[in-house]
Design a binder for this molecule. Structure first.
Ligand SMILES: *[C@@H]1O[C@H](CO)[C@@H](O)[C@H](O)[C@H]1NC(C)=O
Ligand SMILES: *[C@@H]1O[C@H](CO)[C@@H](O)[C@H](O)[C@H]1NC(C)=O
Ligand SMILES: *[C@@H]1O[C@H](CO)[C@@H](O)[C@H](O)[C@H]1NC(C)=O
Length: 491
């Protein structure tokens, strides 16, 4: 009797669950119709289509995941990834709309692992007026006049310094990371490479490893290590901030770096009453910590991939060599690049644009609708996630002819690949557009100049490009470099 009752109970429970699942499903379908969500499928419960996405992006050719869905449903479709139903947009118009309505209709939304490790005062997580102040401060720190006046000098010096030790086989991704990390530390805090910066970099790598793991110290050792490393980095930065505050009190000479700008507040834009001026130590530390990540991982990957694409496109490499050899020969014994030199590299700029288009280091951004948004005949309901995919647009034949081919010459056609200029958003857009877009360009140009004029190289072994959890070369792109002398190589 007891056991029969139990059986009945469990049966009815099972039945209840099954029925409610059915009801839920059909009501979800009904509400989707009512709200006119973009078409698409949610895949498995909970997991959704996350596994399909990840397995596609772990290969050298992730495009079919988006291609299939765009083919079936159009450039805007609904899917279920990373734990939530998500509107996926490979539509440049919608992407622009989303980015430009930041703060009004949409807000930034990041996975918990990234949010916890970056800290709440990082540029990507801040919002409202604080974000506005920090963003414009960053922009004015890396605008063209500051780069021309002093950033370029350090970039050039540190790139050459690093290359001085290159010989034989090197892991290009490691070398470029070293370069960009040193550059960021210099630009942010005026430290030249030393033991302190090297240790800081080691901790940093641990923090970054934690970005794409389960945000649970219990379940993931990587995440646990990342949280610890973040603590150490924050402590080290805290010391730097404290010391700098002291130096300023004692009237030491002002340094031209980001930290100084942060300690000054936003340069009097809010008037002399002190309101708005001056950031707290916690704000400054979070902010610098996140900028270091932003400027180092992405730029070093672009440097590496530019070299990879050039290596695989000998005609482009030859043309680039000509451009840089001419600059080199013109300058004679003067080794440091100057602003005018940077400004006379038109083909380099094409190579950079094309590398950014094809590589898509930041494949897109997550946003969350803060209200019901009606656009293109659909409704994106309040609280819904949307992924604005830059990659989906950049690799779409509709916006770029031969979109999947590395073709720097496409940027030469006058007036440029017209319709695609509005589709091209390697640095995002709107109020959250990456403030370092010009800095990244300068760093990449200087890097290519010295690499090309000093070395010839060949891949040391087969390597593979993958896109998850980050865009990177599996073996960190090993190459063999050889000294090259220009006067010998030019006719
Ligand atoms: C760049 O920013 C500095 C402040 O850091 C400002 O004085 C200068 O006018 C700005 N230049 C341009 C070209 O925006
Ligand atoms: C590269 O792209 C930028 C937009 O990010 C554009 O302003 C610039 O004109 C492009 N450069 C070339 C050489 O087409
Ligand atoms: C390349 O040249 C540098 C000096 O410019 C020298 O120190 C280095 O040993 C050379 N490397 C090779 C492999 O010849």
């Amino acid at each position: 009797m007891e056991s029969f009752n139990f059986l009945l109970l469990s049966f009815s429970l099972f039945f209840l669950a099954a029925v409610s699942l059915l009801i839920l499903r059909s009501s979800a379908a009904a509400s989707r119709r009512k709200r006119h969500l973009p078409p698409g499928t949610f895949g498995l419960p909970f997991l959704g289509e996350t596994l399909q996405l990840i397995s596609a992006y772990k290969t050298g050719n992730p495009e079919p995941f988006v291609d299939d869905r765009v083919g079936k449903y159009g450039a805007v479709f609904t899917t279920h990834i990373f734990g939530e139903p998500t509107v996926f947009s490979a539509d440049p118009e919608l992407n622009r709309f989303v980015l430009q309505n930041e703060g009004r209709l949409f807000e930034a939304s990041y996975p918990a692992s990234i949010a916890n490790l970056l800290g709440r005062y990082s540029l990507v997580l801040m919002s409202g007026t604080l974000h506005k102040r920090m963003h414009s401060l960053t922009m004015s720190f890396v605008n063209s006049s500051t780069m021309k006046d002093y950033l370029l000098l350090d970039i050039d010096r540190l790139v050459r310094l690093n290359m001085d030790s290159w010989t034989g086989r090197i892991l290009l991704m490691e070398e470029t990371k070293k370069i960009t990390f040193q550059l960021m530390v210099k630009q942010l805090m005026s430290f030249d490479p030393c033991e302190w910066t090297e240790n800081l970099m080691k901790e940093y790598m641990l923090v970054i490893d934690g970005f794409f793991t389960l945000p649970s110290p219990l379940l993931s050792a990587t995440y646990r290590r990342a949280i610890q490393a973040r603590g150490k980095v924050a402590e080290a930065l805290n010391k730097v901030v404290t010391e700098r505050r002291k130096e300023r009190e004692f009237g030491a000479e002002k340094k031209n770096d980001m930290l100084e700008a942060l300690l000054e507040g936003d340069g009097g834009a809010t008037g002399g009453d002190g309101s708005g001026g001056g950031f707290s130590d916690e704000e400054i530390v979070d902010f610098i910590l996140a900028l270091l990540v932003a400027g180092y991982e992405t730029t070093s990957t672009i440097m590496t991939l530019a070299v990879k694409f050039l290596t695989e496109t000998p005609l482009a490499l030859a043309q680039l060599k000509k451009e840089h050899d001419e600059i080199r020969l013109r300058k004679g014994e003067i080794r440091a690049l100057e602003w005018d030199d940077y400004k006379s590299m038109p083909f380099t700029q094409c190579v950079i644009n094309e590398t950014l288009r094809v590589a898509n280091i930041i494949g897109g951004v997550f946003r969350r609708a803060t209200t019901d948004v009606n656009i293109k005949g659909y409704t994106i309901p309040k609280g819904f996630r949307i992924f604005a995919s830059f990659r989906g647009v950049h690799l779409d034949q509709e916006h770029f002819t031969d979109a999947r081919t590395f073709d720097p010459w496409r940027w030469q056609s006058n007036p440029g690949p017209t319709s695609s200029m509005t589709a091209y958003m390697p640095f995002g857009g709107g109020p959250r557009r990456c403030p370092g877009y010009e800095l990244a360009r300068v760093e990449l140009s200087v890097f290519l100049h010295h690499l090309i004029t000093r070395f010839s190289w060949a891949p040391a072994e087969e390597d593979k490009l993958v896109f998850f959890p980050t865009t990177r070369m599996i073996k960190r792109y090993p190459i063999i470099v050889q000294n090259r002398s220009i006067s010998m190589n030019t006719e």
